[in-house]
Design a protein around this ligand. Structure first.
Ligand code: ADP
Ligand code: ASP
Ligand code: MG
Length: 459
């Protein structure tokens, strides 16, 4: 006799599962995910991204000036991706009316006269990808014999109102999860949206690109989950991005610190903030491929069996180097404070810093579609009021992540030896023993990563 689902659910062994864009790209991909969810009775909360490609199309609608026909063409592309999933469902009528409502919102926002100028409207339109995929995935689960419901993440994922890069309110999220999500997940598997939230007034917000990893980690934290699974298109976290070199290989284990460094320094497989909630609540994180779940993956935990000197190499693109220079600096102790004050007032964060007697160089993240970390004319003119400013673009940041990198003889010399033929613009030991970073020309960064990988992992 099968037990009712609620009776099987053991709150002391909760797993939160997150599926990325390629994992929910179409009906076939969604079927793989359904099997993964239903194989593990501990999975009661599922977080999904938008189907692959949909968020990029929504970003176009939110950021690019287009003619009416061009807008309609982009809207149609999105609809087609969703309709292909809908038409593959055994019982499309279960979700069709709701999907049509979302299509109406999509058209209205896409043609809204202020869409290019209002950050709140941008977030409203960006949220639609996750809202559509989660609607459909809940139905795929039902079709596979699960008992699943679509849950609106905005009811629990409360953020501030920094549209585009909203900051989650941890205590409020925990309280709302207790009240709304806990009881719901005792009744049915809850399929919710990654990436989106709402401010206290109920306006839709987003957490920044790739933010679904972060959403699921926040929910795992709020619900006191034991494990958090990230199902993506690679069989775990690799020694480096397998798109850079085919020699990259999956890692069986990673420590929280190593994973947090990798996420911060550009390993796209983990959103930069993913590890923060997991570390706070000591939640073990698994990364694996939804296409090949049997191949296993990477377990990220507080303690590892081995702590090698070199664990992985990451790359973060779109870095700018800003050099501020003034002869006055020699005598003015408040100068640096002023410079960093201006940088901070524009919400920019600095990664590497080098100083000389009269100049300071620093690197700043400058990705194209980001809201916060973008150096702009306003920042530069404020800096120019107090010093000479030089901005150089076209750099990538390459980081070697590992353990005890500063303290043991030979560890960094092996790295420098691997890079002897490359031009390094800046070198920086991390503030902790887990990383050493290099600023290199973007055109050379593939080769830098390959050279490091060859010497540190392939010999
Ligand atoms: P999802 O849509 O599932 O969130 P992402 O595209 O955001 O997937 O992240 C997975 C991708 O991250 C991989 O396809 C891979 O190219 C890239 N990646 C970068 N660094 C690494 C790494 N060290 N290990 C594995 N994948 C990495
Ligand atoms: N759909 C969002 C993006 O493409 C969030 C995510 O996939 O994590 O950025
Ligand atoms: Mg991602």
């Amino acid at each position: 006799m099968t037990q009712p689902v609620a009776a099987q659910f053991d709150a002391s062994a909760l797993n939160v599962a997150k599926f990325g864009g390629t994992s929910v790209a179409d009906f076939t991909a969604m079927q793989n995910c359904a099997k993964i969810v239903l194989n593990n009775p501990a999975t009661r909360v599922v977080v999904v991204s938008a189907a692959a490609g949909v968020t990029n199309l929504l970003v176009e609608l939110a950021h690019k000036a287009m003619t009416r026909d061009e807008i309609n063409a982009v809207v149609d592309k999105i609809k087609q991706i969703e309709l292909n999933i809908l038409h593959a469902l055994a019982n499309p009528s279960a979700v069709e009316p709701k999907l049509n409502e979302l299509f109406e919102q999509l058209e209205e926002l896409a043609h809204h006269e202020e869409i290019l100028h209002r950050p709140d409207l941008k977030d409203a339109i960006l949220s639609l990808g996750e809202r559509m995929s989660s609607l459909m995935f809940a139905e795929v689960l039902n079709q596979h014999g699960g008992k699943a419901e679509n849950f609106d993440a905005r009811n629990v994922l409360v953020t501030d109102n920094t549209f585009g890069e909203a900051v989650p309110q941890i205590a409020t999220i925990a309280a709302r999860c207790d009240k709304l999500l806990q009881p719901a997940m005792a009744q049915a598997i809850q399929v919710t949206q990654g990436f989106i939230g709402a401010d206290e007034q109920g306006n839709t917000t987003t957490l920044g690109r790739g933010g679904s990893d972060y959403t699921a980690a926040l929910l795992a934290e709020a619900l006191n989950a034991q494990t958090y699974e990230i199902w993506t298109d690679v069989t775990g976290v690799y020694t480096t991005d397998p798109r850079i070199t085919a020699a990259a290989r999956p890692l069986a284990e990673l420590s929280f610190e190593e994973a947090a460094e990798m996420a911060t320094f550009g390993a796209k497989v983990l959103h930069p903030a993913t590890m923060v909630p997991a570390v706070r609540k000591n939640i073990r994180v698994f990364v694996g491929s939804s296409k090949e779940p049997d191949k296993g993956g990477t377990w990220i935990a507080r303690d590892c069996a081995h702590e090698p000197h070199y664990r992985a190499i990451t790359r973060r693109k779109d870095q700018v180097m800003v050099t501020v220079k003034t002869p006055k600096m020699l005598y003015a102790p408040g100068f640096l404070q002023q410079v960093f004050g201006i940088i901070a007032s524009h919400n920019l964060s600095v990664d590497l810093v080098t100083t000389s007697e009269i100049a300071v160089s620093m690197t700043i993240d400058n990705p194209p579609n980001s809201v916060r970390s973008k150096i702009n004319q306003e920042t530069l003119s404020e800096l120019r009021e107090i010093c000479e400013v030089k901005v150089e673009e076209g750099f990538d940041l390459v980081t070697v992540v590992g353990n005890n990198m500063h303290s043991e003889a030979g560890v960094s010399s092996r790295i420098f030896n691997a890079l002897r033929e490359h031009n390094l613009r800046m070198i920086c030991y991390g503030a902790n023993p887990h990383n050493i970073s290099f600023l290199v020309n973007a055109s050379d960064s593939d080769n830098v990563v390959k050279a490091l990988h060859r010497d540190l992992f392939e010999s």
